[in-house]
Ligand binder design. Structure first.
Ligand code: KG4
Ligand code: ZN
Length: 352
């Protein structure tokens, strides 16, 4: 019996202890989750401060940082969960999307760990991981619901029919919303990581700078962020060229309203159109304070249940990978040791 058959033959158990490993960008993360819902440990070792010196993520630095941190992260995750490696049921790992060299560190580590422990190896899409964070926030959460996915790489409204069945209602036609935050941060002279810094600046500003309409009331559930980004760049450059004073705080605040409100409005519209009672938010931009407040108020007004993962579960972490890993493990969607990293994966397709 080969490795794959041996691993598949292992009895699945609903209280399975899944070790999640995440290394797609600048966070080396490991976590143990029980039964797909209960986070026993959640270790995140970030190289963001190192990356900040260069104004963004340098792939080579990220890969090196993952190599240095992955073993420590995994060991700590198992220890902090109060278990031993022998208690684990499976090893789940992000195989894409992300930086190839960074992903390879996690994938290689997960493969050797699964092999040496004789455990199933579960390939997890990073995007699906972000979407699964809702299951950790609310243990009662069950499909169907609408997911608002807002991260650095993806922006979409997704109708989730079942744990493994979903369809994309709409997505961005150009930049992702997180990307727009990061670009606007650069224009405003804010350091990496851009999103949280734009949010901080926006707190002291007013929503008074005119911004494009953002496909509001048009374009179905699609979004477009390149026009908004260009509008901010043009506004700042114009003011600077004319040596006119302007408020960076107001620019940040107006941009944030424009970028975020349309996402929340369309998620609520989707909920109403499909007669669904729940919205689940996920991805780094769902950590944004304005988004959280606006969506909370809007859902309360419309009597829609909102599942908003804690901020640390919106940004990159391995607990969400273990949560999605649990779904795939229970479904028997395993990988063998030929598993490779992929820079991009389809938005909602199961991992191949
Ligand atoms: O989900 P994530 O951690 O990584 C990806 O899978 O892309 O998202 C990262 C993105 C970055 O663009 C970052 O600027 C943005 O999420 N972000 C935020 C906030 N925190 C992270 N954007 C706005 N406000 C925040 N508080
Ligand atoms: Zn992410």
């Amino acid at each position: 019996m080969g490795y794959f058959e041996k691993a598949s033959a292992l009895q699945k158990n609903k209280d399975a202890l899944i070790l999640g490993i995440e290394s797609s960008c600048d966070e080396t993360a490991a976590s143990v989750v029980r039964g797909g819902r209960e986070v026993l440990s959640n270790v995140i070792i970030s190289s963001a401060s190192e990356q900040a010196k260069y104004g963004g993520v340098v792939p080579e630095i990220a890969s090196r940082a993952h190599t240095e941190a992955v073993s420590d992260a995994v060991t700590r995750a198992v220890k902090e969960a109060g278990i031993t490696f022998k208690d684990l049921s499976a090893v789940a790992v992000t195989y894409g999307a992300g930086l190839l060299g960074a992903l390879l560190v996690g994938v290689s580590y997960a493969k050797s760990l699964a092999f040496s422990l004789g455990l199933p190896l579960v390939p997890v899409s990073h995007i699906r991981g972000h979407m699964a964070a809702g299951y950790l926030e609310s243990r009662e959460l069950e499909p169907p619901f609408i997911t608002l996915l807002a991260s650095g790489g993806h922006t979409a409204i997704i109708k989730v029919d079942d744990y493994t069945k979903m369809s994309v209602l709409g997505g961005t036609m150009d930049d992702a919303v997180g990307e727009a935050f990061d670009k606007v941060a650069r224009v405003l002279g804010l350091p990496y990581p851009g999103g949280p810094n734009v949010e901080r600046l926006a707190r002291h500003g007013k929503n008074v700078v005119p911004m494009p309409k953002m496909l509001k009331n048009q374009g179905g559930y699609n979004f477009s962020y390149s026009g908004l980004k260009t509008a901010v760049i043009n506004y700042v450059h114009n003011m600077e060229q004319k040596s006119e004073p302007y408020s960076r705080e107001d620019v940040a605040c107006s941009f944030q309203h424009s970028a975020v409100d349309v996402l929340c409005d369309k998620a609520v519209e989707a909920c109403e159109e499909y007669s669904l009672g729940t919205i689940v938010a996920g991805g780094g931009v769902a950590a944004n304070g304005h988004l959280r407040e606006y969506l909370t108020n809007k859902c309360a007004y419309k009597s829609i249940k909102l599942v908003l993962p804690q901020k640390t579960m919106c940004t990159d972490n391995a607990a969400m990978i273990a949560a999605e890993g649990y779904i795939r493990y229970m479904n028997g969607d395993l990988a063998d040791l030929t598993l490779n990293a992929k820079a991009s994966v389809p938005l909602v397709a199961n991992a191949e």
